[in-house]
Each structure stands twice: as C-alpha cells, then as structure tokens.
Design a protein. Structure first.
Length: 158
C-alpha cells in the first residue's frame, strides 16, 4: 500500500512532531516558592510565630489577627509586638532556607520544614523535617549549614 502525502501535510508534519514531543516532556516545572507553606496553605511555619522562637524560646501558634504577607507567604504572630518586630526586620526572624528542612537543603533538595523541630544557631532560625532528621543535622551543624548555604537558593529550581 502506498501513501501519498499532500504538500500541506508535509509542511505540518514538523509542527505535529514538535507538539507531540512537548506533550511527552510535560509542562515546564515552575520554581518552588521561596518560603515553605505546605501544599494547601499560604502560612509560613505552619502558622507559628517566628519571633516567638527568639523571644520565648519555643514554638508558639500565631493568630489571624496578627498576620502579614512577606516573601510570597502569610506569617502569623502571637502578639502585635511580635508582628511589628517582624515587619521591622523580617530577615532577622524568618527561618533559614525559607522554612524548608535545613538538613535536606544541605543534601541538595527541598523537604518540608516542621516548626516543632527547630534550633537557633548564631542568631538564625533553622527548622528540620522531624526529630530523626534533626538529630542527624545536629551531628555537624556548622558543616550542614555551610553545605545548605552553598545549595541555596539553587534547589528552589530543582
């Protein structure tokens, strides 16, 4: 059986092949958000007050009445004073690596940060995925921070 292709079909063939290849490759992946908020939320640190880690030495839930937007996420605070402190200097209180897991960042990838597993090191807040990961991270905090700093923010594009 012989198939005869029209001139129009021959001209359209490269376009069709290119479209099919694009569909197989899938849509282009967007870069990850610079602040981890979870899949179904816009709240940084799961709604915990980042200033409270420094002022109270513990994880404290923020409230909707004391909320602000910064760096693509919503941040909640337990008091108006903590909200104002954050607004005055958000970089001082926001967690390193946007609240993604510090150990995962050191390993070269993103993983959720859990606001219950945290540590302040040299004036910077770090969160980890869970207690097991945090114990690994604590085995060489300076080394893991150096590696994560080298990887960040490049891992947002992965």
């Amino acid at each position: 059986m012989t198939t005869t292709l029209s001139r129009r079909t021959l001209l359209a063939l490269p376009l069709a092949i290119g479209a099919a290849a694009a569909l197989r490759a899938g849509p282009a992946r967007a870069a990850a958000d610079p602040v981890y908020t979870g899949r179904f939320s816009s709240l940084a640190l799961g709604g915990h007050d980042p200033v409270a880690y420094f002022r109270e030495g513990r994880a404290v839930e923020g409230v909707r009445a004391h909320e602000t937007a910064w760096n693509g996420a919503n941040w909640r605070f337990s008091s108006a004073e903590n909200l104002e402190a954050f607004r005055a200097d958000p970089e001082a209180y926001a967690p390193a690596y946007g609240g993604y897991c510090a150990w995962a960042a050191a390993e070269g990838y993103r993983a959720p940060g859990n606001p219950d597993y945290w540590r302040i090191v040299d004036g910077r807040l770090y969160v980890n995925f869970d207690g097991n990961v945090q114990r690994r991270w604590e085995a060489d905090i300076p080394g893991f921070i150096a590696r994560a700093d080298a990887n960040w923010p490049g891992i947002l594009a992965d």
